[in-house]
Design a protein around this ligand. Structure first.
Ligand SMILES: Nc1nc2c(ncn2[C@@H]2O[C@H](COP(=O)(O)OP(=O)(O)OP(=O)(O)O)[C@@H](O)[C@H]2O)c(=O)[nH]1
Ligand SMILES: [Mg+2]
Length: 257
């Protein structure tokens, strides 16, 4: 064997993680969030990182900034965070990554915590970041949202009987097969609630880890009362109709084509 040949056949033991970032006019946020993704630490832990930004039609340069930072970008079909996430999940399943981490691109969540999520996946199917038991900056969440998040989380647990600490958290990690089991048709901010209902009904093992939560950069897109009501309605609808219409068994309803 030539001296260099021994390196050629080394099996690639690196796993791949897709970091999924939904954006709508998040120029400031994306410029801060992407460089904070700890690629070096993840690489040492055996993870190769890919970043996909699914954009809802930003006109503030978000896409250009994301691309300049090495992200893949995609203009979503339709409108809404839910539609964007479903499209991102669908693309994930078409690719070869082993795990997916999703977080908002507004600077509220801390990308430095991604390795903790991936460690959590060693013992569970899904890991959910818990802001309510984590360390929250004083102005990170309005009182209305704080109360609403607790109330909706309580309703979710009462309806589904499966542990959940922070229903509206936007920071989740999934093993690949878990994504394939999700049945979703949410268009807007009810997507996380529906992810919870789907995980609960598919008996996926969820763990919760306390996370940091900070004030957002740029403007919020969520309307507390309207979106709060949509979340509650989604919890009730899924309790009665377990899967959305047009769901393909085992494949869910992730694609919007
Ligand atoms: N692709 C896409 N992303 C969206 C859309 N609406 C919001 N987002 C993104 O989804 C993430 C969450 O939106 P936010 O407005 O921060 O909502 P939130 O985090 O629930 O509410 P705040 O606590 O007020 O920040 C952010 O990264 C947004 O840019 C949309 O229609 N399409
Ligand atoms: Mg936010």
């Amino acid at each position: 064997m030539r001296s260099d040949e021994r390196y050629i056949h080394i099996p690639n033991t690196m796993k791949r993680v897709l970091v999924l970032l939904p954006t709508l006019d998040e120029a400031e946020g994306i410029a801060e969030v992407v460089p904070r993704i700890p690629k070096g630490v993840l690489q040492q832990a055996g993870w190769e990182v890919r970043i996909l930004v699914v954009d809802g039609g930003s006109d503030d340069g978000t896409i250009e900034i994301a691309e300049s930072l090495g992200c893949s970008t995609l203009r979503q079909y339709g409108k809404g965070k839910g539609a964007a996430m479903r499209q991102g999940f669908s693309i994930f399943l078409q690719g070869e990554c082993d795990a997916l981490v999703m977080l908002d691109a507004d600077g509220t969540y801390h990308p430095e915590e991604i390795p903790r999520f991936l460690r959590g996946l060693e013992k569970s199917d899904v890991v959910v970041g818990d802001r309510l038991k984590g360390k929250m900056d004083p102005d990170a969440m309005t009182r209305v949202n704080y109360f609403g998040n607790h109330l909706l989380t309580w309703c979710a647990v009462a309806l589904y009987g499966v542990a959940m600490n922070d229903l509206c958290s936007g920071y989740w990690a999934f093993k690949r097969p878990s994504i394939a089991m999700l049945n979703l048709n949410s268009m807007r901010f009810e997507i996380e609630a529906e992810m919870y209902t789907s995980c609960a009904m598919e008996d996926l093992k969820m763990t919760h880890i306390p996370i940091r939560y900070s004030s957002r950069l740029g403007e919020a897109k969520l309307g507390s009362v309207k979106d709060g009501w949509n979340i509650l309605r989604k919890l009730l609808v899924r309790r009665i109709f377990k899967t959305p219409p047009q769901t393909t068994p085992g494949e869910g309803n992730l694609n919007l084509d």
